[in-house]
Design a protein around this ligand. Structure first.
Ligand SMILES: [Zn+2]
Length: 270
């Protein structure tokens, strides 16, 4: 693709890895993703299975049901969105899965290929079905916007000296596993410690609102959810300048600005 437009300062890895450019849906931002989709998917499926084996799944039927219902609705919305944009190819070989893990962590994530985990610890803050749709829409948005690939590409460059992933996987499997986990925000607190950059967070917020709206959930629920998150943190969040994470105020302001666009999708879903 038009690599000339990808002037991201990552030339250090370019000589080692196959360069490919992609476009983020909705925002149209050009991004540099250097890891082939097939590699991302096979790593994702493997890491996801390992994660499920080593963590306790919830046995609360009602909550499991809720997570899978919201997940399926978000999945359909994403598929519809990509079909309308003639981008369905990007979801080829996705194998969606939605699991609820028993853990006090306030967290949720989605790996490449639609592999989602929600932690029971976030449910008191999502509060209801629409609140959960805010979180799942946001996490799925990170995945379909290839933020994990971007992050992993950057980590390989900075932490492994631009070593190609195939070599890194063979020579330093434990290190690559850690990079993978951090690329997808696994093991970090949702919205508290920053798994993603500010740019990725804004993108996921915006896209997530559209996906939840297309899935038939009123996107206005996102404001309440992020206010509850802010309250939970009790003002203990680091000030904006020391982190790349948007402050709650900035985030909520941006979400409010995205609401009119998201509402167009919500009205169409009715
Ligand atoms: Zn995020």
């Amino acid at each position: 693709m038009k690599s000339s437009k990808c002037y991201v300062g990552l030339s250090l890895i370019i000589s080692f890895l196959l360069v490919s450019c992609a476009t983020v849906p909705v925002t149209g931002r050009r991004q540099l993703v250097v890891i082939p989709s097939s590699t991302m998917l096979s790593m994702s499926f493997q890491q996801y299975d390992e994660f499920l084996k080593s963590n306790k799944l919830s046995n609360n039927k009602e909550q499991i049901e809720l997570v899978s219902r919201v997940g399926s609705r978000i999945q359909k919305a994403v598929e519809q969105y990509f079909a309308e944009e003639n981008m369905s190819d990007a979801l080829k070989n996705y194998d969606w899965e939605f699991n609820l893990v028993e853990s006090p962590q306030v967290n949720a994530w989605c790996m490449s290929g639609g592999k989602v985990v929600v932690y029971t610890g976030i449910l008191p803050i999502t509060k209801d079905e629409a609140g959960l749709a805010v979180v799942m829409g946001h996490e799925v948005a990170h995945a379909v916007a290839k933020h994990g690939n971007e992050r992993l590409s950057q980590s390989l460059a900075t932490q492994m000296g631009g070593m190609a992933l195939a070599i890194a996987l063979q020579e330093k499997p434990e290190k690559t596993r850690q990079l993978w986990m951090s690329a997808f925000g696994i093991g970090t607190q949702f919205g508290v410690i920053l798994p993603y950059s500010r740019l990725h967070e804004s993108e996921a917020d915006h896209l997530g609102l559209i996906f939840m709206a297309m899935a038939g959930y009123n996107p206005h629920n996102a404001v309440g959810f992020w206010e509850r998150m802010a309250e939970m943190k009790g003002g203990k969040a680091p000030p904006e300048f020391v982190s790349t994470h948007p402050s709650d105020k900035t985030r909520i302001r941006k979400i409010k600005a995205s609401l009119p666009a998201a509402m167009q999708y919500y009205k169409k879903s009715k």
